[in-house]
Write a protein that binds this ligand. Structure first.
Ligand code: SF4
Ligand code: SF4
Length: 490
């Protein structure tokens, strides 16, 4: 049972124990203590981060705490450290995978869950670079997922933190609510108010999280609805369901339309059920277990009813979450088996296209393309070769690799909204590496990465054309000119 040791400053013995294990705030980030009134409210990292001042004893309850056997797989070798974005930024042990696993261990041993412990878990991007790097096969994804669920269930976040997270989770997983925003947002963007406010430095006066939200809003184009059924061009090879997503559907409708055209050109009948909702990825990756389970059950029922062979996903974060449904619903007697079968049917777009082999001829696209590995594609799903193979099959396209490709760009679901400072540092680092490729076009597979990188480039005063891999393949299939991709900037 949860015992909260009080609102207000955490008890001295809990502070001491966190300090003993080396936990402290990242260096080099603004320490807002002593800042002018109001300044501290804007910080999300460092000493001014909104924290609850509460310690929960013990840290974990009996409902799926991080598993001891998985913790024991870590042999403390440290091979994961150089690929962990937060360790790369701050060099702090407790902001590394090994440090976070140690915090899980002491949490299991009865240590209190306090602000410092939660901060180190919150600052993890969930990028899974450590999973790729780990020679011992540590399943960090399951560990951090279980830990985040404990945090969300047991730790009373500060009022401001709760309010901001409530805004995110009452908005982003609901395409209808997002769609209502399209009109006012288009008006805001076309009026130029945002540009003026930015130039006048007014956005810098907003709380950092709200300012990040404004800067990460995509430029909205016209809606491009996807038909419920797109017939295969030529003989039907598969009947596939297509996840249209929440952010993707409302803010990047052209990506879904391109995905359906490419799949149809390669012999798939594409079913995009109009009744589908959110896949639950944002909720799952933020530790909101019950909410994620609800979305997962609904998605399974929707695609089962559609009678499809496979479910194809064009957003890396969504695909990785849907491949985890079997684990997410393992305790549900009605859905456990259905969820496992469903997860096995899920394919990333590039994974399915390479599995099928191309049918439609690809027309030349003579251009230099930098491929950005989205973490939830490369690390969480292990999909690296397929998008590269799909792009290399386009005549004339020159693929360029980005240095430090294993390091996250800082997008990471809602990370760039709730932890904007480290997200911006990682974005800046990635933007520099992208520009160094000399590419004409940046291509990736996740809407969040596109927004994050556009924002990072804008901070440098630079722009670069960006596209989803589906849009590049679609242009090659349709014989569109490279200018049709390069002319657009996200
Ligand atoms: S998931 Fe990413 S940020 Fe979190 S510990 Fe692993 S490498 Fe570090
Ligand atoms: S997570 Fe893996 S790579 Fe990292 S310290 Fe543990 S065993 Fe080594």
């Amino acid at each position: 049972m949860t015992e909260q040791t009080g609102q207000g400053p955490e008890p001295a013995h809990e502070r001491a124990s966190a300090t003993q294990i080396g936990a402290r705030g990242p260096e080099g980030l603004p320490d807002e203590v002593g800042a002018e009134p109001g300044q501290a409210d804007r910080a999300t990292t460092g000493a001014g981060r909104p924290e609850a001042g509460v310690a929960v004893l013990p840290a974990f309850d009996d409902h799926h705490p991080p598993e001891q056997e998985l913790i024991d797989d870590c042999v403390h070798c440290g091979f994961c450290l150089p690929t962990c974005p937060t360790y790369v930024l701050w060099g702090e042990e407790m902001d590394s995978p090994r440090g976070r696993i140690y915090l899980m261990e002491i949490g299991r041993q009865g240590e209190a869950m306090n602000d410092e412990m939660v901060r180190h878990f919150d600052q993890c991007l969930g990028c899974m670079a450590c999973v790729t790097a780990c020679p011992s096969g540590v399943q960090y994804g399951k560990l951090i997922e279980a830990t985040r669920q404990q945090v969300e269930r047991r730790y009373p976040r500060s009022r401001r933190d709760r309010a901001f997270r409530a805004l995110i989770f009452r908005l982003f997983p609901y395409p209808r609510r997002l769609r209502l925003l399209r009109g006012p947002l288009r008006l805001y963007q076309r009026s130029g108010i945002g540009t003026l406010a930015r130039r006048a430095g007014l956005l810098d006066r907003l709380p950092r999280r709200l300012s990040a939200m404004e800067r990460l809003t995509p430029d909205l184009g016209p809606p491009e609805p996807v038909p419920e059924v797109t017939p295969a061009a030529g003989p039907r090879r598969r009947r596939v369901g297509m996840l249209t997503g929440c952010v993707q559907r409302v803010f990047f409708p052209g990506v879904n339309a391109a995905t359906a055209r490419v799949l149809a050109a390669d012999g798939c009948e594409v079913v995009a059920p109009a009744t589908q909702g959110c896949c639950g990825a944002l909720s799952l990756h933020a530790g909101r277990e019950a909410e994620a389970q609800g979305f997962a059950r609904a998605a399974i029922e929707t695609f089962e009813a559609a009678g499809v062979d496979q479910v194809v996903v064009n957003a890396a974060g969504c695909g990785s979450a849907m491949k985890e449904y079997g684990h997410l619903l393992r305790d549900d007697p009605v859905f456990a088996e259905r969820a496992r079968a469903f997860s096995e049917s899920v394919r990333d777009l590039s994974e399915l296209l390479v599995e099928l082999g191309p049918v439609a001829p690809r027309h030349p696209l003579p251009m230099k393309v930098a491929w950005h590995d989205a973490c939830h594609l490369a690390h969480a799903q292990g999909i690296r070769a397929q998008p590269r193979a799909a792009l290399r099959a386009i005549p004339g396209l020159e693929l360029r690799e980005i240095a430090e490709s294993e390091i996250c760009c800082g997008s990471a679901g809602i990370y760039n909204l709730v932890e904007p400072e480290p997200a911006a540092e990682l974005g800046d680092r990635k933007a520099a590496n992208v520009l160094a490729t000399g590419a004409d076009l940046l291509v990736t597979s996740n809407p969040g990465c596109l927004l994050q990188l556009r924002n990072a480039l804008e901070r440098r005063g630079q722009r670069l054309a960006m596209a989803h891999v589906a849009e590049v393949l679609d242009a090659a299939v349709r014989g569109a000119a490279p200018a049709s991709l390069v002319a657009r900037e996200r």
